[in-house]
Every structure is written in structure tokens, then in C-alpha cells.
Design a protein around this ligand. Structure first.
Ligand code: ADP
Ligand code: MG
Length: 604
């Protein structure tokens, strides 16, 4: 075939592929245009997940009638002069409207500020008609119908109406966070409505609260820092306010929502010392930087950025966040312990697993059975009590176990006998020749996890009905995902029911978890589902649910354990496969040989 120039329509369609991926990307472009036009109020209406209709109405500056045809022509923009490194608007490529016009029916109705008449044009399959007079009092209305009607292949890639609607909502929320002074209204199918009232430009907190929940606003720390002309502002969650995934992190560069790996990884790094690796902080961060120092023209969707000096921005984020967090957290000094740490070894899982779940059903630690094996009834602190400082009392090189040891058959068990609990988080046990320290939460979580998985093979797990169902408010997308997996949850004894578009009713919780915060559990499960998606296989999803439930059903650090409870934990660990590691791969206990302790004291 000879080389020839492609038609405008085909060129636009090719370009459209990059700009318009799904309904939410159309909404993004149209809302950005409204904001660039100085709108104080933006309304968005959708139908059919945006596939049948999307309409964005603004009260911005409008478009002069003579420019209407230009607005839908490729590479025509009122925003960019010739300097690609001085971009102060959200749009600049002059691509959105023509791209949309090539894959949908597009109507553009506008009234330039001060003009006494409004006009509209229409684009269908790349063909333009108008302008003709129309009725509109102010601003601009852009209407997009039958998205991808001319590109059926694209239509096939779209998700369900619900999923597309929730993607649109996410898009609007993300943009709205950066424009607290603009009113947003989003109305979709089945009466869903999101109204964000205009607030003060310099007080983003009410908007943040409206979008991320007042809970976040109450648990957030203000960030405001500057380095070499780059400014970082925003609100970040306290380390205790963590979520199960990174979907609650919003980063902006000069008011533009971006997906920047560097910025997100800086955020993670800032929290590394104060948050478990599998948890994610919640944050809203704005970087303001000289437009000349950042390239936003990386991709047509404009969500990627390149900083001239990425190190500077990263350093600013990590430094400023750590400083903000330092005001609210106490960080332990672990430097001196490293020599000692080298002497510890983490225990590998018992080779023989002979725990029989049929005959020895899992018992939550909350209800100690009283059958403390091995006669370990002495008070937990017996061995910890100081016997007085008597250096001569012990003969040299005397075997250490002999002297002040309360009678206890500690050698009988690989993990020994519980002697004490420290910091309400660690169980200290003694075996015939070593000291064992168990992370009570991690260990118990693993036990619950194994028990849940094991028990599931046999039959659905027993449920504990709630007298009053607990109603958990959640974003619609989360409700959908939970609802779709209701059957899986039911196998665990967790009964969930859709309760309107934005809530889930919890009717029963797994009996095995005992007293548990049902709302927190459901939120974490929703986060998990959003992370793994429905693409994951059943087994994977079931394991995931088990892991999340295990975390909720476990003795949290911070609980005082009775000595019987501690010993019960140790005995169960000994017989449960894989109990040497928690669900996140960290050891559940460490062991220090007495002989190494002697070395530490220079006795060997
Ligand atoms: P870009 O935003 O990159 O300039 P678009 O294709 O999105 O490209 O829009 C083309 C032009 O149409 C804009 O530069 C602007 O002049 C005009 N325009 C689009 N939407 C609006 C609106 N809501 N209000 C005023 N002008 C608009
Ligand atoms: Mg635009």
C-alpha cells in the first residue's frame, strides 16, 4: 500500500485512544476545561455509567461564537502560547474536545461572558454542524452522548455501568480536592448525588472532610514546608489512621492530580518507621513548583509528571512528613540493640504439624480453657522478680538453669514455659536452654489464619448473629465489590447485605473472631477487594479474606495476657504449621540461647 495521509477522522480517533480511555477520562477533561475557564460551580450529570450521557455544566468565561468551531478542532487551544514549560492551566494540548468528538456525539453550548446570546455546535463522527443560536444564560454546557458508538471495540473494554459510574465519582472527588473554592455537583443514575459546597480557597479541610470523611480530618496533621522554592502543603493521616490499600493517597502538582510513583514512594518512606509495611497512610499532598521545573507533557492523559529535580521533591516530601509526624509520635531508639539482635535467631516452623482441627477446635484466647498443661500456675512475674543483687551466690560457670528457677518443666516444650509479658505485646518464655520472645499479635494472627483456612475445608464456619445489624457506610464501589463477594464471606460466617447504594449491613460475624469491630473488618475487606480486584482466583480471594479476618480476630498488642493464656498460645504455636511466621512474613518469635546470653555477659 502506498504511503498516504490519514484522514482527520482517523487521526482524531487514534489520538482519542490515548485521551479518552473510558467515561471517567471524558469527565476529567471536561471538568478540567470548566476549571480552566474559571468556573465557580461545576455540575456533572451522567447516565448509563457515562456511556449514554455525560453532561458538564459550568459558569466559567464561556467561548465566543467565532471560536466554537476551533474548540473542537485538533491542536486548537486558548491556553498554550509557544512555551511548553510555562503551563499554568490543566489543559494545554487542544486535544480533548476533538478526541471526544471523534468517538461520541458531542454538543458544545456556550455563552461568552458579556455576550447577549448563546450558541451551540455539534460534532458527530468528526463532522461539525452549527454554530446556531441556543438558550443558555451563562457559561458552557458540554454534552457527550453514546460514547464509543462508532468504536465498538472500545465499548467492549468498558466495565459494568456501576464500575464506570464509580470511576467517574473517583475522578470528580480527586479533582475537587484541589479546588475547595469551587462548588461541585455530581448526579448519576439511581439518585446518586454528590454535592460539594464551595468553601474558602485557603482552607481545604472542610473539602477534605467532605471527600475523605470527617474521621480523616480529625486524624490528620497539617504539612506545610518549602525547600528551594518548592512548596509542599497538605494533610496527612496519623500513623494510627492507616488503611489496607494505597487508594486513599492523593497527590497533586500545581493543582493537577497526578499518579507519580516517586511522590507515592516518598510518602511511604516517610511512614516507614511508624507504620506496618502492609498498611498504608492516608494523605492529601500538594506540590507547588515553578512550571518551568516540571514537565507535565509526558502523556496525553497528563497524569504523569517529570520533575527537573526529583531528588529535591522527594527529599522535601520525606523530610516534611517525618517532621510533621515526629510531633505526634515517639520513635524508639534501636541503635544499641543491634549487637544483641545478632545473637537472636528466629525460629523456623515446627517440622511436624499434627494439630487436628477436628478433635481440637480452635479456641480464641479470650476464653482460656483452664486446662493449663504442665502445671504452670505460678504467677507470670515469678521469674522476673529480682532475687537481690548477689554476685557471689552463683558458683562460677554454674549451669544457669539450676539456681532460682521455679519448678517448671520448661524443657518439655520447644517454645518453653511463659514467664512474663512485656509491653503488653511480647510473651517471654523459657525453654531448657533458651529465652524465647513471642510477638503475641503476630503469632495469634497466624494461628487464627491457619485455623480459618483449615476449618473452611470442612464446612462453612459458624456465624454469630448480631442482635442489631451494623450498618457500615462505604463508597459505592466498595459496596459493589463486597456485595459481589457476599457468598465467599458467608462461608466464613460473615453475613453482609447491601443496604442502599452507599452502605452495607452486617448481619452476622464469624463466631471464631469473638468480640470484633465489624465495621473495621468490613472496611478492611473492602480495601482488600479493591486491591486484588475480581481478577484474583477464588482460592486467593478466600485466603485474603481469611488473612484479613485473622488480623481482626487476634489478640492485639496492648492486651494483658494471663499466664495460662500465654502458655496456651505457645502450645498452639508448636502444633500449628507455619506458625513461625506471621501472615506478613515477619517472624512470630525469636529465640536467644542461654549460652549466647552467657557470651553477652562475657561468661563464655
Ligand atoms: P485544551 O483544554 O487542551 O485547550 P480542549 O480540547 O479541552 O483543549 O479545549 C479546547 C478549547 O476549548 C480550550 O482551549 C478552551 O478555549 C475551549 N473550552 C473548552 N471547554 C471550555 C469551557 N468549559 N469553557 C470555556 N472554554 C472552553
Ligand atoms: Mg482541555
Amino acid at each position: 500500500m502506498p504511503i498516504r495521509q490519514l484522514s482527520e477522522t482517523v487521526i482524531d480517533r487514534i489520538a482519542a485512544g490515548e485521551v479518552v480511555e473510558r467515561p471517567a477520562s471524558v469527565i476529567k477533561e471536561l471538568v478540567e476545561n470548566a476549571l480552566d475557564a474559571g468556573a465557580r460551580s461545576v455540575s456533572i450529570a451522567t447516565a448509563g455509567g457515562g456511556k449514554t450521557l455525560m453532561r458538564v455544566t459550568d459558569d466559567g468565561c464561556g467561548i465566543p461564537v467565532c471560536e466554537l468551531p476551533l474548540a473542537v478542532r485538533r491542536h486548537c487551544t486558548s491556553k498554550l502560547s509557544e512555551d511548553l514549560f510555562d503551563i499554568r492551566t490543566l489543559g494545554f494540548r487542544g486535544e480533548a474536545l476533538p478526541s471526544i468528538g471523534s468517538v461520541a456525539r458531542l454538543t458544545l453550548r456556550s455563552r461568552e461572558r458579556g455576550a447577549d446570546e448563546a450558541h451551540e455546535i455539534e460534532v458527530q463522527g468528526g463532522r461539525l454542524s452549527g454554530p446556531r443560536p441556543a438558550a443558555l444564560s451563562t457559561g458552557t454546557v458540554v454534552e457527550v452522548r453514546d460514547l464509543f458508538h462508532a468504536v465498538p471495540a472500545r465499548l467492549k473494554f468498558l466495565k459494568s455501568e456501576r464500575a464506570e459510574t464509580s470511576a467517574i465519582t473517583d475522578t470528580v472527588r480527586r479533582i475537587a480536592l484541589a479546588f475547595p473554592a469551587v462548588r461541585f455537583e455530581l448526579s448519576g443514575p439511581d439518585r446518586t448525588r454528590l454535592v460539594l459546597e464551595a468553601g474558602a480557597e485557603d482552607d481545604p479541610l472542610p473539602r477534605i472532610g467532605a471527600i475523605l470523611g470527617s474521621e480523616f480530618a480529625e486524624n490528620a496533621v497539617l504539612v506545610d514546608a518549602e525547600r528551594e522554592g518548592v512548596r509542599l502543603t497538605g494533610h496527612i493521616g496519623l500513623p494510627t489512621f492507616h488503611r489496607g490499600n494505597a487508594l486513599h493517597q492523593f497527590v497533586y502538582v500545581n493543582g493537577r492530580p497526578v499518579r507519580d510513583r516517586m511522590m507515592l514512594s516518598a510518602l511511604r518512606a516517610a511512614y516507614a518507621d511508624v507504620m506496618a509495611r502492609d498498611r498504608h497512610p492516608v494523605a492529601v499532598l500538594f506540590v507547588s513548583i515553578d512550571p518551568a521545573l516540571v514537565d507535565v507533557n509526558v502523556h496525553p492523559a497528563k497524569a504523569d509528571v517529570r520533575f527537573r529535580d526529583a531528588g529535591l521533591v522527594r527529599g522535601l516530601i520525606v523530610g516534611a512528613l517525618r517532621q510533621a509526624l515526629a510531633g505526634v509520635t515517639v520513635r524508639p531508639d534501636t541503635a544499641g540493640a543491634s549487637g544483641l539482635m545478632a545473637r537472636f535467631r528466629s525460629y523456623s516452623a515446627p517440622a511436624q504439624a499434627n494439630y487436628d482441627f477436628a478433635t481440637a477446635p480452635f479456641r480464641p484466647l479470650d476464653e482460656p480453657s483452664g486446662s493449663s498443661r504442665g502445671g504452670l500456675a505460678e504467677p507470670a512475674d515469678a521469674a522476673m522478680r529480682f532475687e537481690g543483687f548477689a554476685p557471689q551466690a552463683r558458683a562460677e560457670r554454674e549451669p544457669p538453669a539450676a539456681a532460682s528457677q521455679p519448678a517448671a518443666p520448661s524443657g518439655d516444650y520447644p517454645l518453653g514455659a511463659a514467664r512474663a509479658q512485656i509491653d503488653r505485646a511480647f510473651v517471654v518464655a523459657e525453654t531448657g536452654d533458651s529465652l524465647v520472645i513471642v510477638d503475641q499479635h503476630a503469632a495469634h494472627e497466624r494461628l487464627v489464619y491457619e485455623a480459618l483456612k483449615e476449618a473452611l475445608h470442612a464446612r462453612p464456619l459458624p456465624a454469630q448473629m448480631l442482635l442489631i445489624p451494623e450498618i457500615v457506610d462505604l463508597p459505592e464501589g466498595d459496596v459493589d465489590r463486597l456485595d459481589a463477594e457476599a457468598e465467599t464471606f458467608a462461608r466464613f460466617g460473615l453475613t453482609l447485605e447491601r443496604f442502599g447504594p452507599g452502605a452495607i449491613a452486617v448481619r452476622a460475624v464469624p463466631a471464631m473472631l469473638g468480640q470484633t469491630d465489624a465495621a473495621a473488618l468490613v472496611r478492611d475487606l473492602a480495601d482488600d477487594l479493591a486491591d486484588t480486584g475480581s481478577g484474583a482466583g477464588l482460592q486467593e480471594r478466600v485466603d485474603h479474606v481469611a488473612a484479613t479476618m485473622a488480623c481482626h480476630g487476634s489478640v492485639r498488642s496492648g492486651r494483658v495476657l494471663k499466664v495460662e493464656e500465654m502458655n496456651a498460645l505457645l502450645r498452639q504455636m508448636e502444633t500449628t504449621p507455619g506458625s513461625g511466621q506471621c501472615n506478613h512474613g515477619r517472624p512470630t518469635f525469636i529465640e536467644l540461647k542461654i549460652r549466647d546470653i552467657e557470651k553477652l555477659f562475657g561468661r563464655r
